[in-house]
Ligand binder design. Structure first.
Ligand code: N01
Length: 545
């Protein structure tokens, strides 16, 4: 290093703020890390790109944004928090979720240790000092012994390379980059591209307000009835008697809910028996038809088809125009049911009975280009005032690889994972010492209720940091062998499921060129057994020095 760059580097270090732990992301996972680590005496700073806490619920302020996990399962299990908090609906909307985060922030006094409007852009590991040096878009530099990334699974929106997209003169927003001040759709000609969970939610709102709504669908969504309910404070006071048991059950289930999948198979039952089960799950609503269903639905195509056919019949009965039946609920499933995440809907299928709503099936008439005033398909030009890009995310890995993270082997995390993700337990990656990620690739993340994993995976990470602080070392990273073993376990799991049969974000298949692999570990309880065994065996698979 030259004398000049030496001096620059010393000056940089002098202006750095230094901590034991830097946490990135003020969603469920990051806030939990901040609160618990601070309580245990670590010096912690949380860096957040948004202006307020909430993570995904800060950014996703598009019309209709609403959680698809029921409360009280979708909240922290800390009694000091839930005793004094009540919800107005079983599946709360975005504004209420944001109020919950403000409440948590105030109760736990979190914001004093958070730097908002601070997007982390890069980080480099200093092998001499065992410190991460962290850069931000707005300028401030930080250093920390441990760098804990809680960026969530959907931190990097995906905008497809549509010809002419920049030409459009009206408002055009991705759902996760929606203007915080809102956008009035009333009386407008609105086009929505994408029919995933975000698309379904915007469509339901826009259909009620827009003069005309055009829905550009590539793949039909297999959406399930939400069965929304209003909640009263009195009802919740009664329910709270069972909260402790319900929270204790969350990590013992498949998806971190208060229910789990059945142990019997669809195919061992007669159609009548099966349909009775399906009907019960349907009426109960939420994600039960997916996550509390027969054990073979996710593994056996014949079993899967029985669930799909039940869904198809129920759904078609709601759509008046028979020509739309095949478009929205086709005879042949677009992919096995549940291999793409089902969305919850309230009146999604009735929307297509409205005169102001028009479906464009992109398989018949693809988008040719976006113009100044609308969208040209293979059939015609559609005049629009607003375009909504509900086109999803570079999910699970994108939030991590969009940060220029440089480890000890001369590679960025993005370069290391260019051919596929490798981690140990979905928590750390070889060559990136003292870097830990929560809700990340090869952990349950997309298959796990957020608050559940924030707590159980979060506690495991906190345990690891306490272990290190207890005089066991200053540097930790997985061995290459442990990564290969974990990857082998993931491959074995995916081979036993129907998941590879869909071009889903679970498989990395929604992003052109992204390696195709199962990005998340399906099964919270089993995953936590692996984590516990690792810790019980002295953090087996990690090299500590
Ligand atoms: O994204 P998606 P999302 N031309 O990837 C289409 C969670 N979430 O933001 O299916 C035309 O699911 C794409 O089509 P196809 C939830 O976990 C939760 O909706 O690839 N269309 C698809 O229809 C969810 O799974 C909540 O053929 C294009 C859509 O865009 C995850 O976030 C609410 C296209 C993308 O769907 C992601 O959901 C919202 C193109 N070039 C989100 N490219 C709740 O809690 C993509 N598409 C309720």
């Amino acid at each position: 290093m030259s004398a000049r760059s030496d001096a620059t580097s010393m000056a940089q270090h002098a202006s750095e703020q230094s901590f034991d732990v830097i946490v990135v992301g003020a969603g469920f996972a990051g806030l939990y890390q901040l609160y618990q680590l601070r309580k245990k005496g670590f010096s912690v700073r949380l860096l957040e790109a948004g202006a307020k806490p909430g993570g995904i619920w800060y950014w996703n302020c598009y019309p209709g944004a609403r959680v698809d996990t029921h409360v009280p399962i979708y909240e922290y299990s800390m009694e000091s928090l839930w005793q004094e908090w009540n919800w107005s609906e079983r599946f709360p909307g975005r504004d209420e979720l944001r109020r919950y985060f403000d409440y948590v922030d105030e109760k736990l006094d979190l914001s004093r240790d958070i730097d908002y409007d601070t997007r982390v852009t890069g980080a480099e590991f200093d092998t001499q000092e065992n410190q991460w040096r962290i850069e931000t878009e707005s300028g401030p530099l930080y250093s920390a012994q441990y760098f804990v990334l809680c960026t969530g699974f959907a931190a990097k929106p995906y905008i497809p390379d549509l010809k002419g997209l920049k030409e459009f003169q009206g408002p055009c927003h991705h759902t996760a980059l929606w203007p915080q001040e809102g956008l009035d759709l009333a009386g407008k000609r609105v086009g929505v591209i994408g029919t995933g969970a975000s698309g379904v939610q915007v469509i339901q709102e826009a259909a009620a307000e827009a003069a005309h709504l055009t829905i550009f669908q590539r793949t039909p969504m297999i959406a399930l009835p939400m069965q929304q309910q209003a909640l009263s404070p009195e009802g919740q006071a009664r329910e709270k008697l069972s909260y402790r048991e319900r929270y204790a059950r969350r990590p013992e289930t498949g998806a971190g809910f208060d229910y789990t999948g059945r142990e019997d198979t669809a195919l061992e039952h007669s159609q009548e028996e099966r349909d009775a089960v399906y009907d019960g799950l349907w009426q109960a609503g939420g994600l039960r038809f997916w996550a509390a269903n027969f054990m073979d639905i996710g593994r056996d195509e014949d079993a899967n088809l029985t669930a799909y056919n039940f869904w198809k019949e129920r759904t078609r009965a709601r759509i008046k125009d028979p020509a739309l039946h095949e478009k929205l609920a086709p005879d042949v499933p677009p992919h096995p049911f549940g291999t793409k995440r089902p969305s919850l809907e309230q009146n999604y299928y009735e929307v297509f009975n409205q005169d102001n709503v028009h479906l464009v099936d992109l398989k018949d008439t693809p988008i040719l280009e976006i113009t100044e005033s609308g969208i040209r398909t293979g059939e015609k030009h559609i005049d629009l005032d607003v375009i909504v890009l509900a086109t999803g995310f570079d999910a699970v890995t994108g939030g991590l690889t969009q940060i220029d993270i440089r480890g000890t082997q001369g590679k960025t995390l993005k370069e290391k994972w260019a051919e596929g993700v490798r981690t140990h337990l979905g928590i750390a990656s070889t060559g990136f010492p003292n870097l830990l990620f929560l809700y990340g690739p090869q952990s349950p993340a997309g298959f796990c209720n957020g608050p559940t994993c924030a707590e159980v995976q979060g506690d495991w990470i906190i345990g690891l940091l306490e272990h290190m602080r207890g005089g066991n070392g200053r540097r930790i990273e997985p061995t290459a062998k442990a990564e290969e073993t974990w990857n082998g376990i993931m491959e074995e799991i995916v081979a036993d499921t129907l998941l590879p049969k869909a071009d889903s974000w679970y498989m990395g298949a929604n992003i052109p060129g992204k390696p195709r692999q199962l990005l998340n570990f399906p099964g919270v309880a089993i995953y936590m057994d692996f984590c516990k065994a690792c810790a019980d065996n002295g953090y087996e698979g990690f090299s500590i020095s």
